[in-house]
Design a protein around this ligand. Structure first.
Ligand SMILES: Cc1cc2nc3c(=O)[nH]c(=O)nc-3n(C[C@H](O)[C@H](O)[C@H](O)COP(=O)(O)O)c2cc1C
Length: 198
């Protein structure tokens, strides 16, 4: 069994919705299951979360979630073309795993949500890839053999899944955004299953 950690930060729910679609893709692969986790918000002064567990939704991630799982799909809303601080804060705490090589050789993919079509989806996706490369993870993208990538007029990129959100309204993913988020989950999960059998 290959378990895939779907780890995200989301303030207004759009990236969380993408994460749920990634989980659907993971769970559609025989021998794979998804573990959904989030990270707490940070302030300039906080090292520990204000609450030990979130009021609702996915539990907060720990380093054990990274070591116990066989793959990772990482998601963040865009913040000025970059990943959001809470996710970066969590990743900055993974130095011990880098030292031991605990994540080396595991597959990983990334996803994001922006407010505008050209507001930095690709740069945010790449910003999340950089620490994963340092950890030695195998990066998985989305190929144009996924039909939805040719058809989308909203989110979805070769670098990872994405969504273009409407300000002030509940997140509504388009069919192509959903299809590509699920495809990303499937691709990471099927590679993890293959690697676990090798
Ligand atoms: C501080 C800040 C910076 C942002 N920067 C960008 C940006 O560079 N480009 C963009 O399109 N949207 C930007 N946004 C909008 C969010 O990325 C967008 O609303 C996203 O869908 C929110 O995801 P969430 O619902 O998961 O929190 C920014 C929002 C905030 C609060």
């Amino acid at each position: 069994m290959a378990e895939i950690l779907v780890l995200y930060y989301s303030r207004s729910g759009a990236t969380a919705e993408l994460a749920r679609q990634v989980c659907r893709g993971v769970e559609s692969i025989a021998g794979a299951s998804a573990r959904l986790r989030t990270v707490p918000a940070v302030t300039a002064e906080s090292d520990a979360p204000a609450r030990p567990v979130p009021e609702s939704g996915a539990p907060y991630a720990t380093l054990a979630d990274l070591t116990e799982t066989q793959g990772l799909v990482l998601g963040s809303p865009t913040r000025f073309g970059n990943m959001a601080a809470p996710l970066k804060h969590f990743l900055d705490g993974t130095g011990s795993l880098w030292l031991s090589g605990a994540l080396a050789g595991k597959p990983a993919g990334v996803f994001t949500s922006t407010q505008t079509l050209h507001g930095g989806q690709e740069t945010t996706l790449v910003s999340m890839m950089l620490p994963l490369l340092h950890h030695g993870m195998y990066l998985v993208g989305l190929p144009y053999t996924e039909r939805a990538l040719n058809e989308t007029r909203s989110g979805g990129t070769p670098y990872g899944a994405s969504h273009v959100s409407a300000p002030g309204s509940a997140p509504t993913l388009t069919d192509t955004e959903k299809a590509l988020a699920q495809a990303l989950g499937r691709r990471v999960a099927s590679l993890a299953v293959q690697l676990s059998r090798a």
